[in-house]
Design a protein around this ligand. Structure first.
Ligand code: 13P
Length: 252
């Protein structure tokens, strides 16, 4: 059975004091959920030491929101995958639409980041998704195909045995406009079928998350769809009760 996962993406939010309160509440609320699903928070880099000390030994994993494609060198401001390993990160988000759009990350660069993360033993959470303009012009599948193709060409289909894909339609991120469960399911199935054309086994085991305005009141209906294996949660991951409710929804 493929793994279910709810991962929070804190983006550039938080401070030591707020994080401490949020993590304490999450540890309490999520510890009782057991190990049927996995739970994680992807936090800003400076907070890894405190997040690690709060979460180690709990059933909540942690990860980064980005990683350099380079192993080391003169790359001012960048953080390598092996540095993330120093703080026992499990995951690294790669190719979030905010990185693609605001920092010009191409499909090729995202694929290189995916490879760098895996090389260091991290599980990349590879984000794909279309803009509203692309959806309106009926190019959603083509856009996602190209995003996936860059990774499959560089890393091969078997690499997906140690990766997670997150479908995040750009028009649903931070807008309060969630994709309907059927809209999300259609794209999740499209992604899984595309992978299955190369390897049925890998496709069957691949965890595909939905992200984009997932809230406590819509998570269950999204997670009930056959190809949706959990969520990548932005705004609602900053509110303990909401994130815990979303984590609960993934098991039922
Ligand atoms: P929101 O849940 O705030 O829409 O953000 C989704 C997202 O970008 C997660 O990576």
């Amino acid at each position: 059975m493929r793994k279910k996962l709810v991962a929070g993406n804190w983006k550039m939010h938080g401070n030591l004091q707020e994080n401490d309160a949020l993590l304490s509440a999450l540890v309490t609320g999520i510890s009782v959920l057991g190990n049927n699903a996995s739970y994680a928070v992807c936090v800003p880099y400076p907070y890894f030491p405190s997040v690690q000390s709060k979460l180690q030994g709990t059933n909540i994993e942690w990860g980064a929101q980005n990683v350099s494609q380079h192993e080391k060198g003169a790359f001012t401001g960048e953080v390598s995958a092996s540095m993330l390993n120093d703080f026992n990160c499990t995951y690294a988000i790669v190719g979030h639409s905010e990185r693609r759009m605001l920092y010009g990350e191409s499909n090729q660069v995202v694929a290189e980041k995916y490879v760098a993360a895996q090389k260091a033993g991290l599980v990349p959470i590879l984000c794909v998704g279309e803009t509203l303009e692309q959806r309106d012009s009926d190019t959603t599948e083509q856009v996602i195909d190209e995003q996936l193709k860059a990774v499959l060409t560089l890393a091969g289909v078997n690499s997906l045995a140690n990766a997670v894909i997150a479908y995040e339609p750009v028009w649903a991120i931070g807008t309060g406009k969630t994709a309907t469960p059927q809209q999300a399911q259609d794209i999740h199935r499209f992604i899984r079928q595309g992978i299955a054309a190369q390897s049925a086994e890998i496709a069957a085991e691949l965890t595909i998350l939905y992200g984009g305005s997932v809230k406590a009141n819509n998570a269950a209906e999204l997670f009930a769809m056959p190809d949706i294996d959990g969520g990548l949660i932005g705004g609602a991951s900053l509110v303990a009760d909401d994130f815990i409710a979303i984590c609960k929804a993934v098991r039922s």
